[in-house]
Design a protein. Structure first.
Length: 323
């Protein structure tokens, strides 16, 4: 949860149990590189007391390995911090799968963290049949995915002995799929982070652990996403002892009560565009501007005035003065 400079919480917000008042979430830093603007994320994470949800548990006899026996599938800077947590706890991956755009800085960082792996245990891009063969030969307990963007075939999901797990930036069953903070703001649904088992459906597997993150009235999708990233890393940190013990809570999702969004839904819904002569209330415009202020200008609210288009991003601060 975001803090003011004096260390206090913003007005109207509620601190999570066990939250350290001096902690921060993530900081987005921009720098120029070769004429282009590059974003870097710095994590300043807090530790929370370990929590275990009730529900059905997955009880498996731990493998003979002293450390976690797992493959790591990842993308984006949050995956770097997540892998650091696993490695610092003594758990190095036996295989690395990188997804998303090639040549990202986070990919170089992940490769560096896995420099002990041979080239036959490092895969980039959409996984093919060779990935299934390698996974089957490793006799893994887990596949752990952090923001991995590619669809994983059944042969990959079923390869680990205990299961495949995904860290998702939403409070499931709400906001399965894409643009989770934007839809939480637009639809007024809960936001948060969830560690869940993977199944054939998109983010539909059983929940292991999750944490809700408050949506503040001054939040943009970007500011909310920063706190969700922090919650994701902490959630994985809390899950490590459960993974080692192979004693995972497992709670089925209520799929009828949740929501799902495809990548293109943000544009297909019509919320991204406003015509210059369209009648829209001030509260609706503010809601859309908040939900569409992300780190990507292509997702910003677009206002059409004649034959010109203007993209809008905002910063929001509540005026608490008496004037």
């Amino acid at each position: 949860m975001g803090l003011r400079r004096d260390g206090n919480l913003p007005k109207g917000s509620v601190r999570h149990q066990g939250q350290d008042a001096i902690s921060e979430c993530v900081e987005l830093q921009r720098r120029k590189s070769g004429g282009a603007e590059v974003e870097k994320v710095r994590f300043v994470a807090r530790r929370q007391p370990e929590q275990v949800q009730t529900g059905s548990f997955v009880n498996h006899k731990p493998s003979s390995h002293k450390s976690l026996n797992y493959a790591f599938a990842a993308n984006r800077p949050v995956a770097v911090e997540a892998l650091k947590r696993l490695i610092s706890a003594g758990h190095r991956p036996r295989m690395l799968l990188l997804g998303g755009e090639p040549d990202q800085e986070c990919h170089a960082q992940l490769r560096h963290l896995c420099s002990d792996l041979g080239p036959d245990l490092l895969f980039t891009g959409k996984p093919g049949p060779e990935v299934v063969d390698v996974l089957a030969g490793l006799d893994l307990d887990y596949l752990i995915c952090v923001h991995y963007p590619h669809f994983l075939p059944e042969g990959v999901l079923d390869a680990p002995r205990i299961g495949s797990l995904n860290l998702h930036p939403a409070y499931l069953p709400f906001n399965r799929g894409w643009h989770t903070p934007s839809w939480a703001i637009l639809e007024g649904t809960p936001a948060g982070a969830t560690l869940h088992f993977m199944s054939g459906g998109i983010d539909e597997g059983d929940i292991v652990l999750q944490e809700q993150v408050d949506v503040l009235p001054t939040d943009t999708a970007h500011s909310l996403y920063c706190r969700i990233l922090d919650a994701e890393v902490e959630l994985l940190d809390r899950a490590i002892p459960l993974l080692v013990a192979a004693d995972l809570p497992r709670k089925a999702q209520d799929l009828q009560a949740g929501t799902t969004h495809r990548r293109e839904d943000l544009w297909g819904s019509g919320v991204v565009h406003i015509d210059g002569d369209e009648t829209v209330t001030a509260s609706e415009i503010l809601l859309r501007m908040r939900a569409l202020t992300t780190s990507d200008w292509s997702e910003a609210l677009t206002v059409h005035v004649g034959d010109r288009r203007f993209r809008i991003q905002v910063q929001v601060q509540e005026d608490c003065s008496d004037v």
